[in-house]
Ligand binder design. Sequence first.
Ligand SMILES: [Fe+2]
Ligand SMILES: [Fe+2]
Length: 149
Amino acid sequence: MSQTMDNLREAFAGESQAHTKYRYFAKIAREEGHEDIAKHFEHTSDQEILHSWSHLELVIGKPTTKECLEMAIAGETEEFTHMYPRMATAALNEGDDFSFQTAQEQIEESKEHAAQFQAILDKAQKRFSALSKIEKRHAAAYQQILEKL
Ligand SMILES: [Fe+2]
Ligand SMILES: [Fe+2]
């Protein structure tokens, strides 16, 4: 992978975290009664998400809705099959009951999210296959025109 691709992934991660962090900071500022500061964090957070999207677009391009669902399922599945089980084991070994409990809850949530995305994908499958037939027809039509040129 190129250095630029690595940098884009890093920038995507950084901007995504900034977005989430500023939302959290806004919540804290609001709880402490600093409404103006909370608003400023939210305003900046809205810009950070746009920065992260522009990096993400360069990393993954513009996938179709079907591909987005497939990626979402893969991501959630990675969470409940690897990431959180690994975290649960480490927390257990370190006697960190709270983190163990958190990891267990996240496993259940990620499973639920994966199942929900899968159900949507299954339900939309007909729609997607109809779309791909239309796209194939369009591609064939363009090909015919190209061949005549
Ligand atoms: Fe930024
Ligand atoms: Fe999730």
